[in-house]
Design a binder for this molecule. Structure first.
Ligand SMILES: *Cc1c(COP(=O)(O)O)cnc(C)c1O
Length: 355
């Protein structure tokens, strides 16, 4: 049996409940872009029965959801960037984010005959997508004058540093947003997961949780369990071999790790070809039969090797790479990345199981 990503949909719904409790006056837009952060966006969308809205990054993702029969409101966070995407958005009843002036030109030139629900994104300091604060009112008025614009558009922004609870820029972004927002009689949306947890004043009308739905903490140095969130994905495999190696035997490509004494070393069917991070160093923990063991040597495409000293185990035993009992945040930190990237990186070779 090869690697399995076991997806716990009850944990997903539990996390949704925690989010509701954290922001009881806000509606929830569940962010399920990038295949629901690698969890599988159709099963996730179907499991989120009483969510208010779904959000994806691209028009193509929204179309896939609609074609699969998902009938919740869907917002496309990156909006459209060509006329054809406007037509697709209308045909699939997707709501879109307007974040650049050229999108207005596209709307004016293609004159859609059906209405499109639009959200206006203001750049308050992320400096990626968004209309600058001083142009927001002007852009809003132009939007209002378009026949295809279904009013009122929502107003949104995105934080650059909400994951760092001491960073001063979040307060500045909130202030700038509020200055702009007082001119708009419309819905407001600012908070990603980090802001939902750390910045309650950002909850407003709509919150946009992504990573916390999947049971990982976005806050630097914290684990999801601190927030009562449960991991949704558990990445598992099996022990394929237990080798009794001798002192001085070196393991794997580059022979980067050598046994300090005679010892058992386990081989696990899991490698970077499955999405396990190649840069995970010696010492990164793995759960073998429920017991923590350190990875030793390099991560290969199909295998990793672990130090089994003091561990009671045999070939065929279950191994957990992250998830239940081993937070993805811990593995991410060890490998110099973030849980988001670990989840998105699980490859199609891994079998998905939904429970
Ligand atoms: C991805 C994304 C989110 C969700 O962010 P998390 O950190 O996963 O909660 C929210 N808003 C926008 C605009 C996004 O692109």
């Amino acid at each position: 049996m090869g690697p399995v990503a076991s997806i716990n949909l009850a944990a997903l719904r539990h996390n949704q409940t925690i989010i509701r409790q954290l922001a009881p006056r806000s509606k929830i837009m569940a962010v399920i872009k990038a295949d629901a952060y690698g969890h599988g966006f159709l099963p996730v969308a179907r499991a989120l029965q009483d969510i208010d809205m779904l959000a994806v990054a691209r028009v193509s993702e929204g179309c896939q959801l609609r074609d699969a029969g998902i009938d919740k409101p869907i917002l496309v966070l990156e909006g459209f960037s060509e006329a054809d995407e406007i037509r697709q958005a209308i045909e699939h009843q997707l709501e879109v984010v307007i974040h650049q002036a050229y999108q207005l030109d596209l709307l004016q030139s293609c004159k859609p005959d059906s209405e499109l629900v639009m959200w206006l994104k203001v750049d308050t300091g992320m400096h990626r997508l968004g209309i600058s604060a001083d142009r927001a009112v002007d852009t809003y008025k132009k939007l209002q004058s378009l026949e295809c614009c279904k009013l009122p558009p929502g107003l949104m922004t995105h934080f650059a540093n909400a994951d760092d609870i001491h960073h001063p820029s979040t307060k500045q972004q909130i202030q700038l947003f509020d200055q702009v927002a007082k001119n708009f009689p419309t819905y407001q949306s600012m908070a990603n997961s980090a802001a939902i947890l750390a910045w309650p004043e950002t909850h407003r009308d709509w919150i946009r949780p992504g990573i916390m739905l999947y049971g990982a903490s976005p806050l630097l140095g914290l684990k999801a369990s601190t927030h009562q969130l449960e991991p949704v994905m558990t990445l598992k495999s099996r022990l394929m071999a237990v080798n009794a190696l001798k002192e001085g035997d070196c393991i794997g490509y580059g022979s980067t790790w050598c046994c300090p004494e005679d010892m058992p070393v386990g081989v696990i069917a899991m490698g970077y070809g499955d999405g396990y991070p190649r840069h995970a160093p010696t010492g990164t923990p793995v759960l073998v039969n429920g017991q923590r063991c350190p990875l030793v040597g390099r991560v290969s495409m199909d295998m990793i090797t672990v130090d089994l000293r003091g561990v009671d185990t045999e070939v065929g035993d279950e191994v957990i790479l992250w998830g239940d009992g081993l937070p993805a945040e811990e593995i991410a930190e060890s490998a110099g990345t973030i849980s988001y990237e670990l989840f998105c990186g699980v490859t199609s070779r891994v079998r998905y199981e939904y429970r």
